[in-house]
Write a protein that binds this ligand. Structure first.
Ligand SMILES: Nc1ncnc2c1ncn2[C@@H]1O[C@H](COP(=O)(O)OP(=O)(O)OP(=O)(O)O)[C@@H](O)[C@H]1O
Ligand SMILES: [Mg+2]
Length: 224
């Protein structure tokens, strides 16, 4: 059985005028299905860059990326977008909910992009809101929700399409510690009970301690 995610000799460079900035250096990384992994490291060390590459939001400059055994390094953009929609669920620090849409509509969005029939999408979205404990807030808009409630809606949106992996970039960064703790409980439960594969970028030692595996990045290299 091959890894769900496998990065081989991955390098990322940004060109800034005359200069080249080497942000990821020869990264080797494997992630198995069912793992809950934390990525830690100082600000600017390359964590988000690595996650964006894993989530097909960005491409590596050199190296190869295998997703579920397939080399996806050189697939065209529209194919990557489709894999992203089907296989990856994202959660961000700043939630990124559509402000004028209700919680329910926000959660339905990934299914809408897939062309799922409306009734089916609505039912799936309602179930997912219930799973993350905010079924009663389905018709609220983001500004009518607390930070923790917004993040639960964002997690429901990440989960609704049954992605192979959830990538969360500082998901508790905008939350107070108690609410952050509750959101982490939810991730841990999704991993434990449903075997969801989850990658969480965090600065919070409390949070990384709860993950089975901790990957540390320093200056663009994995150090442990
Ligand atoms: N689009 C870009 N163009 C040029 N440089 C970039 C770009 N995106 C990121 N960088 C640089 O790459 C380095 C790594 O950035 P990245 O966002 O991956 O760090 P991070 O570990 O997620 O930091 P933080 O903890 O602050 O979120 C930084 O030096 C950043 O300035
Ligand atoms: Mg970052």
């Amino acid at each position: 059985m091959s890894s769900l995610i496998k990065l081989e000799n991955v390098t990322k460079k940004y060109r800034l005028g005359e200069n080249e900035l080497l942000v990821l250096k020869d990264i080797h990384f494997q992630l198995d299905a069912g793992e809950m992994t934390a990525i830690v490291g100082m600000s600017g060390s390359g964590k988000s860059t690595l996650m964006n590459i894993m989530g097909f939001l960005d491409r590596c400059t050199e190296g190869r990326y295998f997703f579920a055994g397939d080399d996806v390094s050189s697939l065209p953009e529209h194919t990557l977008a489709s894999i992203r929609n089907q296989k990856i669920g994202f959660v961000f620090q700043s939630f990124f909910l559509l402000p004028r849409s209700t919680a329910l509509q926000n959660v339905m969005l990934p299914l809408f992009y897939r062309g799922t029939p409306h009734i089916e999408a609505e039912e799936a979205a309602r179930q997912m809101l219930a799973k993350v404990g905010v079924a009663h807030l389905a018709h609220h808009k983001p500004h009518q929700l607390s930070g923790g409630q917004q993040q639960r809606v964002a997690i429901a949106r990440a989960l609704v399409g049954h992605p192979d992996v959830i990538l969360a970039d500082e998901p508790t960064g905008a939350l107070d510690s108690q609410t952050g703790h509750e959101v982490m409980e939810l991730f841990a439960e999704l991993n434990r009970k449903e075997g969801r594969t989850i990658v969480i970028i965090t600065h919070d030692k409390e949070i990384s301690r709860r993950c089975q595996r901790v990957v540390a990045i320093k200056d663009g290299s994995i150090v442990e």
